[in-house]
Write a protein that binds this ligand. Structure first.
Ligand SMILES: Nc1ncnc2c1ncn2[C@@H]1O[C@H](COP(=O)(O)OP(=O)(O)O)[C@@H](O)[C@H]1O
Ligand SMILES: *[C@@H]1O[C@H](CO)[C@@H](O)[C@H](O)[C@H]1NC(C)=O
Ligand SMILES: *[C@@H]1O[C@H](CO)[C@@H](O)[C@H](O)[C@H]1NC(C)=O
Ligand SMILES: *[C@@H]1O[C@H](CO)[C@@H](O)[C@H](O)[C@H]1NC(C)=O
Ligand SMILES: *[C@@H]1O[C@H](CO)[C@@H](O)[C@H](O)[C@H]1NC(C)=O
Ligand SMILES: *[C@@H]1O[C@H](CO)[C@@H](O)[C@H](O)[C@H]1NC(C)=O
Ligand SMILES: [Mg+2]
Length: 474
């Protein structure tokens, strides 16, 4: 079993990287159980700065209250309980937290035996560490970034470390409740949380672990992988437009707010999400400004900017993801559909629903090999088929956007499409297909310019190009 001492050792070895957690642990060790911030002195003693801080705390609290509430009825029942920042309120609030955390979730107790093994990332508000829990599970642990811009500017304004910790923590609390209410395959999974300040001195979220989104790396991936990222994003935005909390806008929409989990894009930073459309009096209140384009939504008779959140999300998806990931090296048969998406989203001419429809169409055409119908399928006859055979001593050649860095490995619908590709590569003399599949279920084919001998391999079939067979090293 890991002891706190064990944990301290690990932490000190990573000390420079993860100062924030060290602070948390120090508090924990010295048993500094300060009084709840809510039990502060009576308001007459408050300096103007402290009053402002309390005001901000109250505002942040008000901001997240609606997320806990599922129905209007619950809302009316809840309101009085959340009316002030006092001890009574805190107690009720804790009950609420506990009710929200199901038994199987990872909680404060599991976290007390964790080992910090790596630093995963940090932003203005939060720090993310890779930790191993006593059960041996590896997870991402989010806590407040004590060195972050949010904390610094709060300290500058109020010079109150305890109050600022509380204030910034609200962003993480907001994120936790949003992760509970908004569940989708393209939103990072909340595996647990700890909000017991007595134990570890801060709010912590336990998340499934991902890797940062690296655009440069993604650009070098095959089209199918890049399409997967964009499709995941569109599915997410479709969900957010029709979510249990209404239409949700991501105000800080950038690749760094997402992580990759086994090839799938997942949103991880939700503290800047906004539920519900903005209020308005005139259409001009519904202006959406981007560096290169402006759009306006319509102000509805009910005084809300209709569809503004969806427009904001979709245009951001276009300018941060689609432009880079979607067009280049699109399979020829899919190009018209991809062009249509680029044109329509770049001008916000189509809704997220319609955009998702086109994306799903593309996926269907791609998976079903429909686009091969007009291809000269008889060319497969130019190849000798060797079933249950693999190759050894291969002479590889490299091709653009290959799944493998060493050779030419591409995704194909079937052997006929692979033959078409082999015919179009002057170096190609043979290819083989194994049981390996991509996320869409398509086959991976390896193309090569020669091989020294054949070997038995039940999972593989080799196709040798007859016209080139004499040239190949056999
Ligand atoms: N589940 C995760 N797995 C791996 N890295 C993560 C995870 N969540 C966040 N990160 C990394 O940590 C960084 C900071 O997290 P984020 O929630 O964006 O904090 P902030 O609100 O301060 O921007 C992210 O940019 C990302 O690189
Ligand atoms: C929740 O509880 C914390 C303390 O545990 C308190 O500071 C905060 O104001 C409460 N907020 C809400 C919305 O529950
Ligand atoms: C967008 O609108 C703002 C304010 O109305 C204006 O100043 C800006 O020039 C517009 N930008 C573009 C690209 O039209
Ligand atoms: C997209 O826009 C370009 C330029 O405006 C146009 O030439 C092209 O035909 C459009 N494509 C589609 C599919 O709408
Ligand atoms: C979009 O799709 C969702 C669910 O598929 C549906 O509930 C919603 O009404 C649609 N929106 C529009 C504007 O058609
Ligand atoms: C590959 O798929 C195309 C289109 O469905 C089909 O015509 C062709 O016969 C298939 N080739 C093989 C080898 O199965
Ligand atoms: Mg972030």
């Amino acid at each position: 079993m890991s002891s706190p001492r064990n944990l301290c050792f690990t932490v000190s070895s990573l000390a420079l990287m993860i100062i924030s957690l060290t602070v948390i642990l120090k508090k924990w060790h010295c048993g500094l159980r300060e009084k709840d911030f809510g039990d502060a002195a009576p308001s007459m003693d408050l300096t103007p700065g402290r009053k402002r801080l309390l005001q901000q705390l109250r505002e942040r609290q008000q901001e997240i209250v609606p997320f806990y509430i599922t129905s209007q009825q619950e809302l009316s029942e809840m309101k009085p309980k959340f009316s002030s920042v006092d001890g009574e309120h805190t107690k009720r609030n804790k009950t609420l937290w506990n009710a929200k955390t199901s038994g199987s979730d990872i909680g404060c107790n599991d976290l007390s035996g964790m080992t910090v093994v790596d630093f995963l990332g940090a932003g203005y508000t939060k720090t993310v560490l890779k930790v191993i829990l006593p059960q041996g599970v590896s997870v991402a642990l989010k806590s407040v970034n004590d060195q972050g811009t949010d904390m610094r500017s709060c300290l500058e304004d109020f010079k109150d470390p305890r109050g600022c910790q509380e204030l910034v923590s609200f962003k993480l609390r907001k994120e936790i409740v949003l992760l509970q209410r908004l569940q989708h395959p393209n939103i990072v999974k909340l595996r647990g949380q700890c909000q017991d300040s007595a134990l570890a001195g801060g709010v912590m979220a336990v998340l499934e672990q991902g890797t940062p989104v690296q655009m440069i790396q993604l650009l070098q991936r095959p089209w199918e992988e890049r399409f997967r990222v964009c499709l995941g994003l569109v599915r997410l935005l479709h969900y957010l437009s029709n979510s249990p909390l209404g239409s949700v806008a991501l105000l800080d929409f950038q690749p760094r707010q997402f992580v990759m989990v086994s090839g799938e894009l997942k949103l991880t930073d939700l503290d800047d999400a906004n539920a519900g459309e903005p209020a308005c009096q005139a259409h001009s209140d519904c202006l959406l400004r981007f560096p290169l384009r402006n759009f306006t939504a319509l102000c509805s008779p009910h005084g809300i900017c209709e569809g503004l959140n969806e427009m904001r999300n979709l245009y951001n998806a276009y300018r941060y993801f689609f432009i880079y990931l979607l067009p280049h090296q699109t399979p020829a048969a899919l190009k018209p559909l991809v062009d249509q998406i680029m044109n329509a989203t770049g001008e916000l001419k189509q809704s997220i629903n319609k955009t998702l429809e086109v994306f799903e169409d593309i996926l269907h055409v791609y998976k079903s090999g429909m686009y091969l119908r007009n291809m000269p399928i008889s060319i497969i006859k130019d190849y000798a088929v060797l079933k249950g055979i693999g190759t050894a001593g291969n002479m590889e050649y490299k091709c653009w956007l290959s799944y493998s860095h060493q050779g030419c490995v591409l995704s194909v619908y079937n052997a006929t499409e692979a033959a078409l590709i082999c015919n179009s590569h002057p170096q190609c003399t043979s290819f083989s297909v194994s049981g390996q599949k991509t996320w869409t279920g398509r086959l991976l084919a390896s193309f090569r310019s020669g091989f020294s001998h054949l070997v038995p391999d039940v999972s593989s079939t080799v196709y040798v190009r007859r016209s080139k067979a004499s040239a190949a090293v056999l």
